[in-house]
Design a protein around this ligand. Structure first.
Ligand SMILES: O=C(O)CCC(=O)C(=O)O
Ligand SMILES: [Fe+2]
Length: 365
């Protein structure tokens, strides 16, 4: 018999503990969203009143050519304002983007038992984690999302431990994206006055995680969120979204295309990848680059997939605003800390906008 989804603990057991996910619940047939997923009014996403980001994607093939400086300025400006931009000619083959989306759909169509072997409590490897929502134990309202997360340590370990259904395409995505991430970081670091030889880019992207997010169709998209307001904790995120849309970013400060505090949709753009600044880059740049607050809407018509690569410094890395920037600014806005401590705090709490950065903020600043 189907469990009663009106009762939070039986819902929790079915969706979270037994690994059926939101997908398992939706597959049983739902005419309305269970209470556990209903967001308070201030967290709901008003689709009607949000505008779309209209900036064309940045063409990365122009880096290193005669237009290099102009493209570099576009990248810097995007990182300093919205903290989100799209790129094309990024070096990741367009056919691979299609395979990634198909792979994500195929993976989440597997029977629940096949996915549930990767639940944190039982996963045969610490590198792979399958789950739902973000931190279900701590959330007042759950997020309408299932995910599989794959941590990269080496090719050999990925080939051995990542789920067989996704390992080849996920690895190829990582291999072909990382060069682009390095180039973007080079541009962003040089703009901060850091010499390329001092920029320690490898240390900033030492840890890499690929997630496949699955947002099943939802009977009440107006009451739920796919992902609640958050910023990403790492350095830069590369994100592939499909054609459905629903990714919204909060405008940090007045810019040509919007006012501070408004939410703007990053429109799906065929062949493009989305890039966003994470908390670590905001700290390193002493607040110049914006780790943007973002969230995801659900849809009633089609399930959506998105596939982010999170680049993160080494867990033992000491993070602090770069001396070159602090010297210029005359003040440090963030204290120094060890990355692992920041991560524990980030993954130990429900999503709450940019509150994660309070961990490092110097309040008197
Ligand atoms: O699904 C999306 O478009 C964004 C997902 C996201 O923000 C995340 O996984 O951190
Ligand atoms: Fe995110």
């Amino acid at each position: 018999m189907a469990p009663s989804f009106d009762d939070r603990s039986s819902l929790f057991n079915f969706v979270v503990r037994d690994g059926n996910g939101v997908k398992g619940m939706v597959d049983l047939g739902l005419s309305k969203v269970p209470q556990a997923y209903m967001q308070p009014p201030k967290e709901r996403i008003d689709k009607q009143n949000a505008s779309k980001q209209e900036q064309p994607p940045i063409d990365l093939s122009r880096l290193g050519g005669p237009d290099h400086d102009e493209v570099a300025r576009e990248i810097v400006r995007a990182a300093e304002t919205l903290g989100f931009f799209q790129v094309v000619n990024h070096g990741v083959p367009v056919e691979l983007l299609e395979s990634l989306k198909d792979t994500a759909h195929n993976f989440f169509s597997l029977p629940p038992e096949r996915k549930a072997i990767y639940r944190t409590e039982v996963s045969p490897t610490p590198l792979v984690k399958y789950g739902t929502s973000f931190v279900p134990e701590k959330e007042r309202a759950l997020e309408w999302k299932d995910y599989i997360s794959m941590q990269y340590t080496s090719e050999a370990e990925a080939l051995e431990h990542w789920p067989i259904e996704c390992r080849e395409v996920a690895l190829e995505y990582l291999r072909t994206s990382i060069g682009m991430v390095r180039k973007l970081l080079e541009v962003l670091m040089i703009n901060l006055g850091v010499k390329p030889e001092d920029s320690k880019i490898d240390a900033l992207i030492d840890k890499k995680m690929i997630n496949m997010n699955f947002y099943p169709t939802c009977p009440n998209p107006d009451l739920t969120v796919g992902v609640g307001r958050h910023s990403d904790m790492g350095t830069l995120t590369v994100l592939l979204q499909d054609g459905i849309g629903g990714l919204y970013v909060k405008i940090e400060e007045d810019i040509d295309f919007g006012k501070k505090g408004e939410w703007i949709e990053i429109p799906p753009t065929p062949g493009a990848l989305v890039i966003n600044v994470g908390d670590m880059l905001q700290v390193l740049s002493n607040g110049k680059y914006k780790s943007a607050e973002h969230r995801v809407r659900t849809t009633s018509t089609k399930s959506r997939v998105s596939i982010p690569i999170f680049t993160i410094p080494k867990p033992t890395e000491k993070i602090a605003p770069l001396p070159q920037v602090v010297e210029k600014d005359g003040i440090a806005l963030y204290r120094d800390f060890v990355l692992a401590d920041y991560m524990n705090n980030f993954f130990g709490n429900a999503h709450d906008g940019k509150k994660s950065l309070d961990f490092a903020k110097i309040n008197s600043a």
